[in-house]
Design a protein around this ligand. Structure first.
Ligand SMILES: [Zn+2]
Length: 169
């Protein structure tokens, strides 16, 4: 196996952890987005979180922010170094900003977000030469699985909304 293939296999393993984390958001009817932070030294997960915006009624409770907070707490520093953040959906502007602030060196995301993505789709906060940190970014890892997880969530929501409308009418 080439070095590149080995790294890609690692990325998929990390993304599967993020997908499992995203599933937990369904327990409280939040959009299923998951993130994990994996330490390079030993492969340990030092931060894992899912979207809790509805649960907390907090517009900033995105998976990446919560996972970075956990990783910083675990490492005893606001700098999250020598670790990779895996997230199922391209980070938004806020999360990309948090990624830059945390100095995390590598970000791997699943599907792109054409409406709000800030890793190249709408903005590219992770690749601004004037900022003092630019992580390595790998997109599209397990993208079909990541986008299907989101599509399934919204499919169920839409059919529930239609059912509710019919009942009310
Ligand atoms: Zn976000």
């Amino acid at each position: 196996m080439t070095g590149h293939a080995a790294v890609h296999a690692d990325h998929e393993a990390g993304m599967r952890l993020a997908l499992a984390e995203a599933d937990r958001a369904l327990e409280h009817d939040d959009v299923p987005i998951g993130a994990v932070v994996v330490r390079w030294a030993d492969g340990a997960v030092i931060g894992a979180a899912h979207n809790e915006r509805e649960l907390r009624e907090d517009p900033t409770a995105h998976a990446e922010v919560l996972a970075l907070r956990a990783a910083a707490a675990a490492g005893g520093s606001w700098r999250v170094l020598e670790a990779t953040l895996y997230v199922t959906l391209e980070p938004c502007a806020m999360c990309a900003g948090a990624i830059v602030l945390a100095r995390i060196p590598r970000v791997v995301f699943g599907c792109t977000d054409p409406k709000a993505g800030a890793a190249g789709s709408v903005l590219d906060v992770l690749d601004v030469p004037q900022l003092n940190h630019r992580p390595e970014v790998v997109g599209g890892v397990l993208a079909p699985e990541c986008s299907e997880q989101l599509r399934a969530f919204f499919r169920v929501r839409r059919s529930a909304a239609r059912g509710g409308g019919a009942a009310a009418g």
